[in-house]
Every structure is written in C-alpha cells, then in structure tokens.
Design a protein around this ligand. Structure first.
Ligand code: PAF
Length: 277
C-alpha cells in the first residue's frame, strides 16, 4: 500500500492503474468505511482511499479541531483491506493560498442538514470534486448513513458530467442498531446507550408504514414520540422526505420516502435514516 501526500505524486502513481474504486474518508475508520473498501476491491480490483479532515465542511462552531484522528491505526486497517493507494494530503495541499473556487449544489442542499449546517455541503461538494479530479476513480463509494450527502454527490456528478460511477452502500450498524459513525467516539457510556433511540425511532416509523400509515405528519410524530421518551436526546429535526428531491412529504406515495433525523445526545450530534419501503 502506498501512502501519498501530494497531488503531483498521486497523479504519477494513478497512471499505473486502470479501473480504480475510491473511498473518500475523514479517517478514524470504522466497519462502515471498511465495507466500502471491500466492495470497491471486489468490484474494481484496485482501491484508493483518502484520509482528509476537510475544514470547509465544518461550521465555525463545529468540531473540526477535535474531530477524532487515528492516522496510523487507519493505515493498518486499510492495509488489512488490501487498499492499494492512500491519499493523505495536508490542508495546504487541497486549499493552498489563493484558493477561490467552490462547488455549490443548489436545491437539494436547502433542507435537512443543509438547512441547519450552512455551507456544509459547499465544503463537501468542493472537496469531493477536487478529490475526484486528483484520484480519477472509475467508481466512488459512499455510505447511505449520510443520505443527503449521497444525493448531493449524485447531483454534482450528473450536473458536471464527472466521469465516475457513484455507488451507495447500506449503513453498517452496531448490534443494537446504532449507525456506525466516527462521532460515536464522543459518547460517554450512558450517552452511547441513549443513542440507540435514533434507530428505534426510525424502525418504529418503518413499522407504522408497514402497517399502512402513509401520512407524513403521522410518521414524523411517531419518530418524535420515541425520541421524546429518551431524556438525553434533543431532537434537531425529524423528516419524511422524497428520496431524491428531499422535499418534505405530506403523503408517502409510489417513490417511497427517506425517513431521517438529527439528534443531539449530550454534546454529540448524530444523524441517521432509513428508506421506505
Ligand atoms: O463522508 C465523509 O466522511 C466526508 O463528508 C467526505 C465525503 C469524505 C468529504 O470530506
């Protein structure tokens, strides 16, 4: 496995590969990331991953400085997954002095995470676009856990005709249902226990849907009630939205729905989602 820090060096090495699967990450890897790497390897034969905590996707009051980092451990895990190339640039390599170009994906960034984290998706789209230009993957792998991010990236790839196939991989969960996330590391033991409420709320609404409930407000209320019963949980939003436009739904129709939520457990902000049906 080669670990490469500069764009110039990566471009040279990239030329030796044909089909290449790409797993962009911010490090502090968990089983969710590794499932992406495994699928990339099985599909493409060769895999590149990036480790880059991207400052432009964090708001001024968010956790950029304290975002968990474990570079050597991440490299060991990627080596075990037989990843071929790791791109691990410094911030100044991606955003040098005089960096003035950003990618702004409109409409699908107005709601959900986009509404409460202004500028977040501008940072995500910009870095992913730049990473695609550097890595030149044939396929790129993202987890369903960041549902709106997958919609934004698909939209950007379509709008800018980027020559990459985007593959979305199901969320990997702990045995008790908690979606794997690097931010789970922030949770104190009693908060970790309380954090199971997100998936419980989602699956309770999913059961209501399976029992015939199609009304958006009713499904939202099911999720809110489950969340309200957990004293450590503070709900930021719950949503029943169209799976591709992300607009709130009054009724769930043929296209199904994305059930999603952002919840604070203590100081830690967690997101999760399921897709109906
Ligand atoms: O999902 C993430 O970890 C990040 O948003 C990504 C896609 C690596 C861009 O920084």
């Amino acid at each position: 496995m080669e670990v490469i820090e500069t764009i110039a060096a990566f471009r040279q090495v990239r030329a030796q590969y044909g089909q290449l699967g790409f797993v962009p990450t911010m490090g502090y890897l968990h089983e969710g990331h590794l499932s992406l790497a495994r699928l990339a390897r099985d599909t493409c034969g060769s895999v590149a991953a990036s480790i880059f905590v991207n400052p432009t996707q964090f708001g001024p009051t968010e956790d950029f400085a304290r975002y968990p980092r474990s570079f050597e451990r991440d490299l060991d895990l990627l080596r075990q997954e037989k990843v071929d190339l790791v791109f691990a640039p410094a911030v100044s390599e991606i955003y040098p002095e005089g960096f003035y170009t950003f990618v702004d994906v409109e409409h699908v960034t107005d709601t959900l995470e986009g509404a409460v984290r202004p500028g977040h998706f501008r940072g995500v789209a910009t870095v992913v676009c730049k990473l695609f230009n550097i890595v030149q993957p044939t396929h790129a792998y993202f987890g369903q856990k960041d549902a709106q991010q997958t919609v934004v990236i698909r939209q950007m790839v379509r709008d800018l005709a980027l020559p990459v196939e985007v593959v979305i991989v199901p969320t990997v969960r702990e045995a008790d249902g908690l979606a794997m996330s690097s931010r789970n590391a922030y949770l104190a033991p009693e908060e970790r226990q309380a954090a199971t409420v997100l998936y419980r709320a989602l699956t309770t609404a999913q059961q209501a849907y399976q029992a015939g409930e199609r009304n958006g407000a009713a499904l939202r209320s099911v999720m809110q009630q489950v969340l309200a019963a957990e004293p450590l949980a503070h709900t930021e939003y719950v949503s029943v939205a169209h799976p591709t436009t992300l607009r709130a739904l009054d009724e769930v129709g043929e296209t199904g729905a994305l059930l999603s939520m952002a919840v604070r457990i203590g100081a830690t902000r967690l997101i999760d989602n399921v897709i109906l049906p």
